[in-house]
Ligand binder design. Structure first.
Ligand code: HEC
Length: 124
């Protein structure tokens, strides 16, 4: 009988622990001003344009483009009307995105997906 109670307690304990496991949210947009830090991942928004475009091209798929459009439509029309994706070229969009990704509080991944979408629509 005792054994049963102990295993019940153990089971509940495991459940509780599983529930409390940290949800890892990756946020690399914060700037690290500590000059002693040796390796700091440079956030997508701070990379030079060509490097951003290499990343964008490497993750361009139909699915990511659709996801990017969804994020664009839900996150970028909150404070102003949605801007037409073909109203600017991609270089100009990437400049705007550096500011607006912060306004829209996009995660690094969302920032990249919106960039994939804009790259597919931007004027040449
Ligand atoms: C929290 C409010 C807010 C959100 C969310 C937001 N914006 Fe903006 N946006 C602004 C404000 C304020 C301005 C005008 C001031 C400025 O240009 O910084 C602006 C201006 C712009 C402009 C014109 C700027 C220019 O220089 O031509 C574009 C394009 C734009 N936003 C795109 C976006 C995109 C794309 C997103 C989604 C990633 C977005 N915005 C999300 C507040 C927001």
């Amino acid at each position: 009988m005792n054994k049963l109670i102990y295993s019940l307690i153990a089971f509940v304990g495991i459940l509780a622990m599983a529930n409390c496991s940290p949800k890892t949210v990756k946020n690399t947009t914060s700037e690290n001003k500590n000059t002693e830090t040796v390796s700091v991942e440079i956030s997508f928004g701070s990379k030079p344009f060509e490097e951003q475009m290499d990343i964008v091209r490497s993750i361009t798929t139909e699915e990511n483009t659709t996801d990017g459009r969804q994020i664009y439509q839900t996150s970028c029309g909150k404070c102003h009307e949605l801007f037409q994706p073909d109203s600017r070229n991609i270089a100009s969009w990437m400049k705007v995105m550096k500011r607006m990704s912060k306004e829209a509080k996009l995660s690094e991944q969302q920032y990249k997906l919106v960039s994939v979408y804009l790259n597919s629509q931007a004027k040449s």
